[in-house]
Design a protein around this ligand. Structure first.
Ligand code: PMP
Length: 591
């Protein structure tokens, strides 16, 4: 480990990053033959042995349904569940554990407030203020409640560095504003928002404030009372805990007045067919059997991170963020998106020169054992504001050290160099502009690669079997993409674009001249991996009879050649969208 700072524990000396990493079984794994570099903690942190063990012990030794059993096992499980709640209250410095409700995660916490408080309170003309930095889970629930109640949504803009424009925020504030809901930290850019001031100003006009703390709680100390937050939401899986468990903190006087979220067992005081009265907090908002083991795991995660000390976690991540920013800024052609003065451990970027699709960056890094996130990060309005469709994002956890950042920077330099070589060898990953090709008839559409899609499929499968591992198969797909017949820009129309893909995709099909049911098509994408998949589709389908296209089971075939294992869900969905488009076209001509 190169010069990584140490994290001091509260009761003994200091813990090095290497020692912390050793506590995470998954980080001992290798990916594609290389030591795993995990830089996607903003999506989900990994879990230390202490959390895995606590969940396992719970299942092995203590599981029973909670709150209702008179037997000891049930009482133990209940105690463990409620102890976890007490840990949450301590982490957040809530006035009492009952103000901390267990939910499935941040998304459910925000939906809970929007649909209970929102539907009970909002009236036509009321206003909800969000920010341009929000995750979709802090936008869509408010849109749903705004549609239902006639409330309006206003949005705080940001500057080019990714900092909220507080002057503009003040201008939006008025007595009509009932709720201000913003994140503590932006998941896409890492901006730390001045939430204490935002809350105080919301209160000054009589509005409430909800803070989406998903990207904060694992990275620094939280004090909901000092912030004076009305609601505060976070997820266990971003705090070194399990998935499927999260928290909504709410002030008692607000939660007491809100109607329940869901009805069912455990949330009632007395049920008759005439009328039901509800249980006291927190049960009123926890209908049904909750995620008991998840809560136990979250409690263990909180204990684990508190022992390291959240101040020290923050100091470590800040130092590493500075290092990462410096190293990535040195990669030629890389442009960092989001340069706020106050940032958490997130670096988002795009590759400008040469332009490399973020999807390709993610795939290329994966082949080198490096996990980052690419895409819109569930922040499409923010991407629109930045003028991009996606970014590549590395996000830090306390198991990351400078060696991880070095591996990332070196890999990116290598990827840029290899794209440069390909461009200079004039195998351009970018489709050359082809305005000179004015007529579609002048274009070369790929002819049939074999007698039928099945025969083409067998040929491809034979070749794939020859290639021993995914990196080689991946390279083969990329090579196929390099030889894709040119699709001129004038065919890249909105009508020809295919939605549901993570990258830009266009397909233009035609009937082969002189035939009544033979389909040929050109297609293109800004991502090399997708261009390769298009080449596979062309081999299967282009030049084939419509009925043969319809008779071919593409999904089973992709499973057969192993694409289902190696393509992410979104890329598989993208592939499925392209196949669906071609099948629709085939249907038209299948007679
Ligand atoms: N808000 C922010 C800022 C996030 O980063 C995320 C997760 N990426 C969420 C909300 C949603 O969290 P979850 O999926 O755990 O509900």
């Amino acid at each position: 480990m190169t010069a990584s700072p140490s994290l001091a524990t509260s009761d003994h000396g200091s813990t090095s990053v290497g020692e912390i990493r050793a506590q995470f079984p998954i980080l001992q794994a290798r990916a594609h033959g290389r030591p795993l570099v995990y830089l996607d903690s903003a999506a989900s942190t990994q879990q230390p042995e202490a959390v895995i063990q606590a969940v396992s012990d719970y299942h092995r030794l203590h599981h029973a349904n909670i709150h209702r059993g008179v037997y000891q096992l049930s009482q133990t499980a209940t105690r463990m569940y409620e102890e976890a709640r007490a840990s949450v209250a301590r982490l957040l410095n809530a006035a009492e554990p009952a103000e901390c409700l267990f939910t499935r995660g941040t998304t459910e916490s925000i939906n809970l407030v929007a649909s209970t408080w929102g539907r009970a309170t909002l009236r036509p003309g009321d206003e909800i203020i969000l920010s341009v930095l929000e995750h979709h889970s802090n936008i869509v629930p408010w849109q749903l409640v705004a549609e239902a109640t006639g409330a309006r949504i206003k949005v705080i803009p940001m500057n080019d560095a990714g900092e909220l424009d507080l002057e503009a925020y003040r201008a939006l504030l008025s007595p009509q504003v009932r709720m201000v809901a913003v994140n503590h930290v932006s998941n896409a850019l890492g901006t730390i928002n001045p939430v204490r001031d935002i809350i105080a100003e919301a209160h000054a006009v009589g509005a409430l404030a909800l803070i989406d703390g998903a990207q904060w709680v694992a990275h620094g100390p939280t004090d909901v009372q000092a912030l004076d937050a009305d609601f505060y939401a976070f997820s266990g899986h971003k705090l070194y805990g399990p998935t499927g468990i999260g928290v909504l903190y709410g002030k008692r006087r607000l939660l007491d007045c809100m109607p329940p979220y869901q009805g069912g067992g455990d949330m009632i005081e007395r049920v008759t067919f005439a009328k039901t009265t509800y249980a006291a907090l927190p049960n009123k908002f926890e209908a049904g059997t909750p995620n008991i083991s998840g809560a136990v795991g979250l409690g263990a995660a909180i204990g684990w991170i508190e022992a390291l000390g959240l101040d020290r976690v923050s100091a470590h991540e800040q130092a590493l963020l500075r290092y990462a920013t410096e190293r990535l800024s040195q990669v030629a052609g890389l442009e960092i998106k989001g340069q706020a003065g106050a940032k958490s451990g997130v670096v988002s970027w795009v590759m400008r020169d040469p332009p490399i699709a973020t999807l390709d960056i993610g795939v290329q890094l994966d082949l080198r054992g490096i996990c980052i996130r690419t895409g819109h990060h569930c922040c499409q309005p923010l991407m629109d504001r930045l003028g991009v469709t996606s970014t590549a994002r590395a996000s830090l956890g306390l198991y990351n050290g400078r060696d991880d950042i070095d591996r990332l920077a070196e890999a990116l330099t290598e990827i840029v160099a290899s794209v440069r070589t390909r461009v200079s060898a004039s195998v351009s990953p970018i489709t050359p502009a082809s305005e000179s090709l004015a007529e579609t008839q002048d274009l070369t559409y790929p002819a049939a690669a074999a007698q039928s899609p099945e025969a083409a499929a067998d040929e491809i499968a034979d070749l794939f079997e020859f290639l021993p591992d995914w990196p080689m198969r991946h390279q083969h797909i990329i090579d196929l993409g390099d030889k894709l017949p040119v699709m001129p820009d004038f065919l890249k129309t909105a009508a020809n674009s295919v939605s549901g893909c993570q990258s830009t995709v266009h397909i233009a099909a035609r009937l082969k001249p002189g035939t009544e049911d033979v389909i040929e098509f050109l297609a293109d994408s800004d991502a090399n991996i997708v261009r390769g998949l298009i080449a596979l589709l062309q081999q299967l389908y282009s030049g084939q009879h419509a009925a043969a296209i319809l008779g071919f089971d593409a999904e089973a075939y992709f499973t057969r050649i192993g694409l289902d294992q190696h393509l992410s869900m979104s890329r598989r969905n993208g592939l499925a969208s392209m196949v669906q488009r071609l099948r629709h076209l085939a249907q038209r001509y299948a007679g």
